[in-house]
Design a binder for this molecule. Structure first.
Ligand SMILES: [Fe+2]
Length: 480
């Protein structure tokens, strides 16, 4: 292995018992590049591409308490080519990151604090936080775009070097912001996204061409500010969400951000044609719930099928009166089950069914099938993140791979095998950190023999903290 330390930044962090600043969550202070990583097992020669994962890695303690969502975005990536692997990690140099480096201190309050009138102008749905771009990654128009959970400016990265190339405004045409989870249509190359805000319009929806031109933008009418996290697309339609978990409107008027569950309100799904206006939305009602992440959606006759992880109990119960850390943990339970909704475009009716009772989240799938009928989904066990699951949604079966005791995984995207055919002909790739030793590795599972365990365990030269969303970029799109 050849290791190069690229940058070392002193961290200004005082963990004070905050579990999201300690152990497997603690930030790292070095950016490194490491070639020819040692491997237990053998990296398949037909695994070709880059696994990228975003997540929080704070340099400065925010003003006030630290929430796991506050940390500056850092991408950890492993490139696989010719049976060899290269690791690198880089901070995302957002304008907020650069401003704090120049100031030598934190400038913005954290999510658990009130907006600070003395802070510089902020970002997000209510415009008061630092945009860290720390949440998800999509690959569009030749670049990785780093996205932020509370709606921000996408940051363009070179997926090979992880260099931050600057904010992506789609030739200056970006009208608002982009939420955590945008979709890239694998067949057309279009980028589709929504955002939300505390001021009208409370939601907007946008389509960007494969070459980065903004080609469609419309407002979506909502009864008030909402907090949707993901969306879905089919060949002809986009599906947006109005779910009954949102900031208490009375408190929000005083700029107090208290996420509240309203179980007497239905879940509502907006179905609109890909280039449709807000007036063309058809709303479908369903039982109340919250959804963090969608597996996939597609059209079947007159119906649209939506598979997603449905949160069992969205209210952070048991946390009332608890201290701030307990409330934060309660909110991060992400305890969801795989669920299917069918929206009948002919009758306007919704039917819904739970597909499994296992608590799993962080769904991934073969993205070549995004928007079209898919059979397989890959998820992680929650809340411990201590293993991965493969679902066969046609046969209604599942297979599990549990990590060694004390190990924590990451979101695990599907990597199609070079020359492969069929939806599950490929690999599932995940960072795994041993919480006791901090040893970190990337595991490679054969998607067709999922429960058999890793084909290879690629050993990493430094700890990869527990993080957020991941992306697989096929090598053909990077190196030809
Ligand atoms: Fe997410």
């Amino acid at each position: 292995m050849r290791l190069t330390i690229e940058t070392e930044l002193p961290l200004h962090i005082v963990p004070e018992g905050n579990p999201f600043l300690l152990g497997p969550y603690a930030p790292v202070e070095r950016e490194v590049t490491a070639d020819d990583l040692p491997v237990i097992g053998e990296i398949p020669k037909d695994l070709y591409g880059i696994y990228l994962r975003n997540g929080p890695n704070p340099v400065f303690q925010p003003r006030g308490r630290y929430h796991w969502f506050d940390g500056d975005g850092m991408v950890h990536a492993v490139a696989f080519r010719d049976g060899r692997a290269t690791y690198r990690n880089r901070w995302i140099r957002t304008s907020g990151f650069v401003a704090e480096q120049q100031a030598g201190r934190a400038l913005w309050p954290g999510l658990m604090e009130r907006p600070d009138p003395s802070a510089p102008p902020g970002s997000g749905a209510d415009g008061w936080l630092k945009d860290t771009a720390n949440t998800d990654l999509v690959f569009h128009n030749g670049y990785a775009l780093a996205l932020w959970y509370q709606c921000g400016t996408p940051y363009k990265l070179d997926a090979r070097t992880l260099e931050t190339l600057g904010p992506e405004t789609f030739r200056g045409q970006l009208r608002r912001t982009v939420s955590a989870h945008a979709k890239v249509d694998p067949r057309t190359g279009e980028l589709l996204f929504f955002d939300y805000a505390t001021k009208p319009p409370f939601m907007t929806y946008t389509v960007v061409s494969p070459h980065g031109e903004l080609v469609h933008h419309t407002a979506i009418d909502l009864p008030g500010p909402r907090l949707p996290h993901d969306m879905a697309v089919t060949e002809h339609y986009s599906i947006l969400m109005d779910l009954p978990l949102f900031w208490d409107p009375q408190l929000l008027a005083r700029r107090i951000h208290k996420v509240t569950y309203y179980p007497d309100l239905p879940s509502r799904f907006a179905v609109l044609p890909r280039y449709g206006s807000g007036e063309q939305v058809r709303w479908f009602e369903a039982s109340p719930c919250f959804i963090y992440h969608v597996v996939n959606a597609w059209e079947e006759g007159d119906e649209i099928i939506l598979d997603a992880c449905r949160v069992v109990e969205p209210a952070p119960t048991g946390a009332a009166g608890a201290d701030a850390l307990a409330r934060m943990k309660a909110f991060l339970r992400l305890e969801a089950q795989l669920y299917r909704w069918r929206f009948d475009l002919r009758t306007g009716k919704t039917t819904e069914e739970q597909l499994d009772d296992t608590k799993t989240e962080w769904p991934t799938m073969n993205r070549l099938y995004l928007g079209h009928k898919s059979r397989y989904a890959y998820t992680a066990f929650v809340p411990q993140f201590d293993g991965l699951m493969k679902y066969d949604l046609v046969r209604g079966t599942s297979e599990a791979y549990r990590f060694r005791p004390g190990c924590i995984g990451s979101e695990a995207p599907f990597a199609p095998r070079v020359g492969g055919c069929g939806e599950d002909d490929g690999y599932v790739v995940s960072f795994v950190i041993d919480a006791h030793t901090n040893a970190s590795e990337v595991i490679i599972l054969d998607a067709k023999h999922f429960a058999a365990g890793p084909l290879a365990r690629v050993q990493l030269p430094q700890r990869v903290p527990v993080g957020f969303h991941a992306l697989w970029v096929p090598g053909e799109q990077l190196w030809g």
